[in-house]
Design a protein around this ligand. Structure first.
Ligand code: DQA
Length: 147
């Protein structure tokens, strides 16, 4: 089984960026954590990060025929991107949306998520552990939907 893990804009600055909200661990720490979880679970993984909406759309499209599922933290595009929602709908792969912070406990403009409308779950406010939960959820989902 193979997963794509996508991270959106400004997540490359984890560790530097608003540490009171996002913590002091770096983006490299996050990717290492994701790779560790996937190795433990026998899951192949490809990690992507982009600050550009169109690149994220291209990566979602490229998952077709390559990945069994998608973990995505669309970051700020969560609250604006119909293009990411449509890309997830187009490939119709099981996807889980993750947020490090609890977007429902923050400014009201963060309460809406377009991509979540095409996801089997949204996990928020659990930091790095949210990515682990998303990976495990997708593993169970994909295995449960195999003949
Ligand atoms: C975020 C929450 C978003 O509202 C914000 O724009 C981000 C990060 C999170 O992981 O908590 O960039 O997706």
């Amino acid at each position: 089984m193979k997963l794509f893990v996508l991270n959106g804009p400004n997540l490359n600055l984890l560790g530097i960026r608003e540490p009171d909200i996002y913590g002091r661990q770096t983006f490299a720490d996050l990717e290492a954590f994701i790779r560790e979880v996937c190795a433990r679970e026998n899951i192949e993984v490809e990690c992507f990060q982009s600050n550009h909406e169109g690149v994220l759309v291209d990566v979602i499209q490229s998952a077709l025929g390559k990945a069994d599922g998608i973990v995505i933290n669309p970051a700020a595009y969560t609250h604006t991107s119909v293009a990411i929602l449509d890309a997830l709908k187009a490939v119709a792969l099981p996807a889980v949306e993750v947020h490090l912070s609890d977007i429902n406990e923050r400014e009201t403009f963060r309460h809406i998520s377009y991509p979540a409308m095409a996801c089997i779950a949204q996990i928020k406010g659990k930091g790095f552990a949210g990515y682990e939960e998303a990976i495990l959820l997708l593993k169970e989902y994909v295995q449960g939907h195999r003949a």
